[in-house]
Design a protein around this ligand. Structure first.
Ligand SMILES: [Fe+2]
Ligand SMILES: [Fe+2]
Length: 391
């Protein structure tokens, strides 16, 4: 992948070099080559009723980022973080601030809250970048999947992901502050999907792995945030994401039923690599830089503090991720193919404790907000915008 700044990329004119002071924004655009062939199909028959149903639901569930959200909501980032309690400023940082010699030793509640705001900003920034990646990969699915019903569905997903990118970008810009750059971990995972020549790998990586990751991450934040605008954004976005995972599960169940053992093993290996990689998420170093410190300075104290607090938030997040992922992968047949190759890999990593939950092909209706939106529109009358205040 190449980075370009201050020149005209394939998408048209781009902004000139970032102004001095914005040095954390390393590049304006990134170019990624796609090696997958685009597929034109002449079979227009609606042969896949499950995908046709999902497409119908996606059309009915479209929400409007302008009129369904109350952008006039006043947001105080410090208050938002304070209301999140331990999820806003995780105990590990408070403990690190009590260790003699720690760069955080002089910190009081004000500094800890400032850190909490930066951590939230960093999380929302990854959501925003990840959503743009999802938009691009969904567009790739439109181009590369051979089935017309899947092309139709992926088109609705592209629109969903555009809306998600837009709302996180707007929330950051108007309510919280300057975004952080995409983490190398997330960027590497998504660009690999953009480059892969096999259409189902983009599906597997995005619809199953990254969407499950997103559902877990949004769910964690939603459980702890009481600020009504962000809570509502997360609720709407999660309703769409659950449908996206269902799209992946339904499509890939059919495709994988026809693959050879050797082809299935490739997919199992892809899953083992991308999920064990997901566990190794690093702290965003830029957070510390914005606070006038550096990660190497702080890290030894964080590790020392973690020995007493445990993984905390990160542990719950990992649990929520695998609780989504494992049942979906089982449904695809990838857990047990090749004499349970992936089952053994994940067992070794201690991840099979999460098997047994509902797969997202069947539980996505639980997230549905479309019915509520329709009711609200009817109640508000056709002329009035449907923006509300409750979460
Ligand atoms: Fe999304
Ligand atoms: Fe999605």
């Amino acid at each position: 992948m190449q980075h370009r700044s201050g020149e005209h990329g394939p998408a048209g004119p781009v902004a000139p070099d970032a102004e001095p002071g914005a040095d954390e924004v390393a590049a304006t655009v990134a170019l990624v080559e796609d090696h997958a062939p685009r597929i034109f199909t002449w079979r227009y028959e609606r042969e896949r009723p499950q995908l046709a149903t999902l497409y119908g639901k996606a059309m009915a569930a479209q929400w409007n980022s302008e009129t369904d959200l109350d952008w006039s909501t006043d947001v105080d980032p410090e208050r938002l973080v304070a209301d999140m309690g331990d999820a806003g400023v995780p105990p590990v940082f408070r403990v690190a601030a009590t260790i003699p010699g720690s760069p955080l030793a002089a910190w009081g509640e004000r500094e800890l809250r400032r850190l909490g705001v930066e951590l939230l900003q960093a999380r929302l920034s990854q959501f925003m970048h990840g959503e743009q990646g999802a938009m691009i990969v969904a567009a790739k699915l439109v181009e590369t999947v051979p089935w017309i019903d899947a092309k139709y569905y992926a088109s609705t997903q592209t629109m969903d992901e555009a809306r998600h990118t837009e709302v996180f970008a707007r929330y950051l810009a108007t309510k919280i502050g300057d975004p952080y750059p995409m983490t190398p971990f997330l960027q590497a995972q998504i660009t690999a999907l953009m480059q892969d020549s096999r259409w189902d790998i983009a599906y597997l990586g995005m619809q199953i792995v990254i969407e499950s990751l997103a559902l877990a991450a949004f769910g964690e934040l939603r459980r702890t945030v009481s600020e009504p605008l962000l809570a509502r954004i997360l609720r709407y976005v999660m309703a769409d994401e659950a449908r996206h995972v269902a799209f992946g599960v339904v499509s890939l169940s059919e495709h994988y039923a026809q693959l050879t053992a050797a082809e299935l093993l490739e997919r199992q290996q892809f899953l083992a690599e991308s999920t064990l990689f997901s566990r190794a998420r690093a702290t965003t170093p830029e957070v510390w830089e914005r606070l006038g410190l550096s990660l190497p300075e702080v890290l030894p104290y964080l590790q020392q503090a973690m020995a007493t607090t445990g993984p905390g938030f990160a542990g719950q997040f990992v649990q929520a991720f695998y609780a989504k992922l494992v049942p979906n992968v089982r449904k695809l047949g990838l857990l047990d193919a090749n004499d349970g190759w992936l089952r053994r890999e994940w067992e070794r990593a201690g991840l099979l404790a999460f098997d047994g939950g509902a797969d997202t092909a069947s539980d996505y209706d639980d997230y549905d907000v479309a019915a509520e939106l329709r009711a609200r529109r009817v109640a508000a009358g056709a002329a009035a915008p449907a923006a509300g205040r409750d979460a």
